[in-house]
Structure formats: C-alpha cells, structure tokens
Design a protein around this ligand. Sequence first.
Ligand SMILES: Nc1ncnc2c1ncn2[C@@H]1O[C@H](COP(=O)(O)OP(=O)(O)OP(=O)(O)O)[C@@H](O)[C@H]1O
Ligand SMILES: [Mg+2]
Length: 280
Amino acid sequence: MQSEEKSLIVVVLLGTGIFLLFGFFVISFLVFFRKKQIRNRLEKASLQAQFQEEILTAKNEVQENTMKHIARELHDNIGQLLSLVKIQLNTIDEENPGIKRVGDSKEFLGKALKDLRALSKTLNSDNVLKAGLIKAITFELDRVRRTEVYEVNFVNDIEQWDVNPKIEVIVFRIFQEVIQNIFKHSGAKNINVSLQEMPEVYTLVVLDDGSGFDIQAKSNQKSFNSGAGLSNLAHRAQLISGDFEIESAIGKGTKVKLSIPKTTTSHDQSRPNRRSQPYT
Ligand SMILES: Nc1ncnc2c1ncn2[C@@H]1O[C@H](COP(=O)(O)OP(=O)(O)OP(=O)(O)O)[C@@H](O)[C@H]1O
Ligand SMILES: [Mg+2]
C-alpha cells in the first residue's frame, strides 16, 4: 500500500512536471512569436516611413528643378525679349520725343522687367543656397511690399544663424506657400513675420490679420490632403525634423509657426563668405 502511494506521488509529480514544462514551452513560444510579430510590424512601419520620405524628397527635387527651369526661362528668354523691346522703345522715344504713350510704356516695361527678375530670383533655389534663408525672406518680403497691398513687418532676432542650406531651401518653400495662401485666401492688410532663436531650434512665425478659417473643417475636405497646400507643409516640416503649427480664428487671422532645427553636424565650410553673398 505504501509503495502504491509512493508510485502515485511519483506519477502525480511527474505529470505536474511535464505539464509545467509543456506550459513553459507554450508560453515561451507565444512570447517569441509575439516579439517577432512586433519586430516585423516595426520594420514594416520604418520601411514605409523611409519610402514616404524618399517620395517626398524626390518630389521636392523635381519641383526644385522645374522651378529652376522656369526661373532660367524667365530670366534668359522673356527677360531678354522685354529688354529688347525697351531698347526699341528708347530709340522711338528719341525720334519722337512728343509721344507720351511711349514714355508710359517704357515705365510699365521697366516695372515688368524688375518684377520678372525678382520672380526669377525667388524661384531659383540656388539663390537661397548662396545667400541664405534670411536674405531670401527679406527679398521675398520686399517683393510683397512692392505690391502696395500689404503692410509688411519683419523682425529678425537671430544673432547666430546656423542652418544647413538644404534645410533652408525647404523652409523657404514652406514660407512661400504660406505667403501665397495669404495672397489667395486671407484678404489681410498686415503681414508680420518674425524669426527667433531658441536653444534647440529657430522659429519662423508668419501672422496675418485676414479672414482666418476653420482648420478642422478644411482638413476634413478631400482637397486639403491633395498634397499641394497645408498638408504638404506639415510633411515638409517633418522632412527637416521641424514642426509646423497653424492657428486660425475666423475674422481675426491666421498664425503659422515653423520650427527649424539648428545644424547639428560640423559647419558647412564650402561657402565661408556666405553672409556677404548678395541675393542675385
Ligand atoms: N492665411 C489664410 N487665410 C485664410 N484662409 C486660409 C489661409 N491659409 C489657408 N487658408 C484656407 O485653407 C485652405 C487650404 O489651404 P491650402 O494651401 O492647403 O490649399 P489651397 O491654397 O486652396 O490650394 P493650393 O495650396 O494647393 O494651391 C485654403 O483653401 C483656404 O481656405
Ligand atoms: Mg495654398
């Protein structure tokens, strides 16, 4: 009887041991499987993010090249043609000094040429690369001022500017889209732009006192996500590890704030005299 009890205990212990071992294997397998699943999901997400970034970069490059092409066309072809017309008008003027219309035409043509050259400069990203973002913004705002539609105020509180030129080009394109939106949608009278320095980033703020809009309602519209406008700006900001915020109040205006990361790698030595480069 005693030996029977003993063998029963052994059987129970053995059974429990086998059961525990089996349980252990099952749990280990589940943990391993779950970890693998998570790792796969993370890898997939990272690949997808990488893919999106590559698409965006390629899209930016295509846009930049197209704009460069248009800039050159404007400057070289149309600019040359208009200059020729101006020279012709000059000679007519000499022959017929009394014709007032020729004088007026010359004036309009002069203005058109000036605007055309300015437009050509702002489309060509080489100018931003050469002269830097602050000069590019100053130049662009001068162009806006010349329309005589807006009061433009620009405050630059930055002492030490240190941003990778490629990032500057992307920031400049974001800035241009924000200004275009003010032209197209806001009906504003005043545009205030400020650049400030924070410990980790610079901030660029563009404020208008126009109609404002309902951001939530707009972001639900299909066209908002079509890629060209505001949604694209948020993606571009991501591309430079920056941050894009927009606030708007109907009847009061819109505020856009962009944070621009400072250059963390070694300084760009290729253009040591960058600050003295004119915006040409
Ligand atoms: N500064 C602003 N003032 C008033 N409304 C604005 C302003 N900026 C944007 N909006 C509103 O937000 C909408 C979305 O702007 P977004 O730039 O995405 O598109 P869009 O300017 O209409 O088109 P796209 O930029 O593709 O040419 C605009 O249609 C407009 O209604
Ligand atoms: Mg727009």
